[in-house]
Design a binder for this molecule. Structure first.
Ligand SMILES: Nc1ncnc2c1ncn2[C@@H]1O[C@H](COP(=O)(O)OP(=O)(O)OP(=O)(O)O)[C@@H](O)[C@H]1O
Length: 239
């Protein structure tokens, strides 16, 4: 399979805190992959490095065949990387439709803008909430709106930081189905997730990050069976 992402020797420290300690990581195009690890392992920082919000101290990031290490965030987004962070990025006072318009305004215009908004309203089951202020949607609906804002621009790679945090079991299951749908449309997905049932629902392969380093990688069964993985969650393992 074609490789869509390759990270080599990625390193970043904030003073004495090393958030990425020489990460080597790759993703095949079409993958659905989860990144797990204890709190503070560096998962969100890794996303911020991929998106260009943090400049690495060392290492390279190759995306879709090009070295993007020196590119700024907006340039990476234009090349097809989209992200949904943990902190809600919706405008609560604006309607669902206005949120989608804001998210797509740099990429889509006229008929294609209208068509994509309709498609995303259908995809998220938010058709009847089109004019509802986003702030009064349920927590799950707000998360889906944000996913729609991230995917309407047709990314090649979608990064999701804890997409199911705070969701009910039903909302979590539905989110898993949505991600399978997106993956079926050809979008490569990399998700940070704590909920192992959800990881099992969506991921074919899993990478475990610990103290900014890759600790283990494999299928879910391989990772769960890994002797050190249980220990790092209990806080007793060294890298
Ligand atoms: N801008 C920053 N300046 C200083 N320290 C930072 C910065 N960003 C992150 N850190 C620290 O780096 C470490 C990794 O943080 P990060 O948020 O990447 O971990 P995480 O694996 O996503 O954690 P969680 O699962 O709790 O979200 C933490 O100790 C955090 O406090």
């Amino acid at each position: 399979m074609t490789e869509i992402l390759r990270v080599q020797g990625l390193r970043k420290a904030f003073g004495g805190v090393v958030v990425a300690n020489g990460i080597d990581f790759s993703l095949s195009a079409g993958a659905m992959h989860c990144l797990i690890g204890p709190n503070g392992a560096g998962k969100s920082s890794f996303f911020r490095l991929l998106l260009g919000e943090h400049a690495p101290d060392a290492g390279t990031i190759t995306f879709d065949g090009s070295d993007i290490t020196a590119l700024r965030s907006f340039q990476r987004i234009r090349r097809g990387i989209s992200v949904k962070f943990q902190v809600p990025g919706i405008f609560k006072a604006l309607s669902v439709r206005q949120n989608l318009e804001v998210a797509f305004q740099d990429h889509l215009h006229g008929q294609s803008l209208g068509a994509t908004i309709r498609e995303m309203l259908d995809f998220t089951d938010l058709q009847s909430e089109e004019m509802t202020p986003a702030g009064i949607l349920s927590h799950g609906q707000q998360q889906w709106l944000e996913i729609a804002m991230a995917v309407g621009v047709e990314p090649k790679l979608l990064l999701l930081d804890e997409p199911t945090a705070g969701m009910s079991p039903d909302e979590t299951r539905k989110t898993g189905e949505m991600l399978h749908d997106l993956n079926g449309r050809g979008i490569t997905i990399l998700a940070v997730e704590h909920d192992m049932a959800f990881v099992e629902q969506i991921a074919r392969r899993v990478t475990v990050l610990h103290f900014g380093s890759i600790f283990a990688e494999g299928t879910i069964a391989e990772v769960i069976d890994h002797p050190g993985v249980q220990e790092i969650y209990l806080g007793t393992a060294d890298v």
